[in-house]
Design a protein around this ligand. Structure first.
Ligand code: NAP
Length: 283
């Protein structure tokens, strides 16, 4: 879907999911903290705006987890009340030990998210991954999830993610990557590209600390060359301009922040030379 940027209508950039060839918009929405609002009607109305901004800009990806308190239930209720289930690419996770507990948790997630099937089921932080992956393969074969993957959020776990990607056929990996946290560039991102694994990026704003640290600092002249009007957009464009990255999922519960974030999904992206200059901004 096109959206207005200045006077021109532009479409959000997409990347291809290697396993299927399906196009995925490059900016999504993380739900950790921001969507854990329970039944607070005012907070839910604000989050409905966040999702409207995402969808209006052509974004589709929403990432949640049973670990995020009430977030899955809030996402499910909002998607149902707004009726945009068809537009959403909903990703959640299994985060428990044991086969029976994993199945029960995933069944509960489907109920909370109010969907008969999910686009992506991930094994959160690799918890009991062998057991859960076995179940995920069965669910995928049955059509209850379209894609399967694994996640982590620290560089200390990259070797473990790498070992699983080498050993198993996976559709997605979700990992931490940002201007201040570039360890994934060394091995994981090239490996994902080599193995045909789509990459979701978490913690792109350093959990918010990077965005806060850069607030108020004047934007360099080159920011306008890549269409950026904020540091957040520079941070997100840095992430999605890595060729192995499929989609970035900044977490936000603020419609204005989402409006800022989706602008990073518009062309042009920084080329390798400009990526080096951006990296130099955060030595
Ligand atoms: N192990 C895992 O699988 C794992 C681990 C961590 C995260 N995740 C997923 O990845 C998502 C992203 O990670 P994260 O939420 O931890 O960190 P993040 O996306 O790096 O940062 C989120 C923080 O940035 C702020 N923010 C967002 N947009 C902004 C903007 N335009 N300007 C200024 N501040 C902005 C948010 O506050 P506001 O709400 O005020 O906008 C929030 O405090 C999570 O929400 C979750 O879905 C997965």
């Amino acid at each position: 879907m096109p959206f207005k940027s200045g006077t021109r209508e532009q479409r959000m950039l997409t990347r291809t999911i290697p396993a299927s060839g399906e196009a995925l918009p490059v900016i999504g929405c993380g739900t950790w903290r921001g969507f854990d609002v329970g039944s607070d009607a005012g907070a839910r109305a604000r989050l409905a705006e966040v999702l409207k901004v995402l969808f209006a800009a052509g974004g589709t990806v929403i990432d949640s987890s049973p670990m995020y308190g009430t977030a899955e239930g809030v996402v499910g209720a909002l998607l149902t009340s707004m009726d945009p289930h068809a537009k959403a690419f909903v990703a959640t996770k299994v985060w428990t030990q044991g086969r029976a507990a994993g199945v029960a948790q995933m069944e509960h997630s489907l109920e909370l998210l109010q969907r008969p099937r999910l686009e992506l089921m991930q094994i959160h932080n690799l918890v009991d991954w062998r057991t859960q992956l076995d179940t995920l393969r069965t669910w995928q074969a049955e059509g209850r999830v379209r894609y399967i993957g694994i996640t982590h959020y620290t560089a200390g776990a990259h070797a473990d993610l790498e070992a699983v990607i080498r050993a198993e056929r996976l559709d997605f990996v979700q990992l931490n990557y940002s201007l201040e946290d570039r360890a994934a560039e060394q091995r994981l991102l090239p490996l994902a590209a080599e193995r045909g694994v789509a990459v979701l990026v978490n913690r792109p704003l350093g959990g918010g600390s990077l965005a806060r640290a850069l607030r108020g600092r004047p934007l360099p002249g080159w920011a306008a060359d890549i269409g950026c009007t904020s540091w957040t957009q520079v941070l997100l464009k840095f992430v999605i301009s890595h060729p192995a990255v499929t989609c970035v999922i900044p977490g936000t519960g603020d419609p204005a922040h989402m409006a800022d974030n989706v602008r990073a999904g518009l062309a042009p992206l920084p080329d390798p030379t400009l990526r080096t200059r951006i990296a130099a901004e955060w030595p």
